[in-house]
Ligand binder design. Sequence first.
Ligand code: PLP
Ligand code: TYF
Length: 400
Amino acid sequence: RFEGVTMAPPDPILGVSEAFKADTHEMKLNLGVGAYRTEELQPYVLKVVKKAENLMLERGENKEYLPIEGLAAFNKVTAELLFGTDNPVIQKQRVATVQGLSGTGSLRLAAALIERYFPGAKVLISSPTWGNHKNIFNDARVPWSEYRYYDPKTVGLDFEGMIADIKAAPEGSFVLLHGCAHNPTGIDPTPEQWKQIADVIQEKNHIPFFDVAYQGFASGSLDEDAASVRLFAARGIELLVAQSYSKNLGLYSERIGAMNIVCSSADAAARVKSQLKRIARPMYSNPPIHGARIVANVVGDPGLFSEWKAEMEMMAGRIKNVRQKLFDSLSAKDKSGKDWSFILKQIGMFSFTGLNKAQSDNMTNKWHVYMTKDGRISLAGLSLAKCEYLADAIFDSYHN
Ligand code: PLP
Ligand code: TYF
């Protein structure tokens, strides 16, 4: 009966790691998946996470089921971390927060809600965007289209194109925005541009839908990275925010995140939350507890919270250092007059190199540098020691 099942294509991001594992070359470098590595290129468990886990063991906590909406202590701190404790949307209980299966699962819950309550409404996504966005909305049967975002000529933001496309979309569309550290480009709007984006979204009665997968990890500051979301919330508009703790707390496989929906009243928020629970129940019943407890402990304890912030600054700082070194190495090598300064302007874990598919193939086939075919490299997988080698590979791939 399963004879008719065809082979599914590999995931374009996670498939890169599999190819990397199979390569035996000593200089091989995995810049595919966005996961933080130490200078020794080893995975990193945050010290503050180990401390929180020790506390949890000492307390001998049980493994009873969580409610469908997740751990109450987690839901409280995660919304506060995002909006700020004093934010009126928090004070007035206008946010429906449910624990989700990390960023992906939270996005998927909201997609199902859109499919049910806004039939026919379109989601606008940036071109390009994180590859899984399209999968998520396709699977939820939510129609989507793209707005211009990346300008290959400047390796920067196509701001006019973005604004024009958001304006041209049917009134009341959902506009998916990366809260900070746009994946894959690393290119974010400036604070002034964010205001103009908010203006057109309000003008068109669109609903902003933020994907926040890098809060604190991009700039090193939790508040700064939440500024875009808070700007929209301050205007009193309804909005959605998916959160993930994969990167900023290094909890990738714990699958911990949340969906927050800011409504116009506490009443509406309670109803929206009840519907999110109704969607979750037949899919996975209730979410896992371990990651939720870690976040609740870290964010809820002033001592652990400041230790977390220090570790996040350290991780963000290491990425900024390799970004600088890569730029320096490339600029020193390249006498053609090409301007590589876009590397320094990009934010977060990724750099969009501007390399096309053939050039990206050369990176992998000749230089054993594994990356996605759109020209994205994860700087979190790069060490200072390997910047020079990477610059050689990029220089060769770019000019040949
Ligand atoms: N959204 C964006 C833009 C991402 O880059 C990622 C992961 O890198 C996610 C969402 C979700 O990841 P996770 O499901 O591990 O939280
Ligand atoms: O963009 C990235 O590299 C991360 C990692 O299904 C990732 O988002 C890739 C695929 C996926 C979940 C996370």
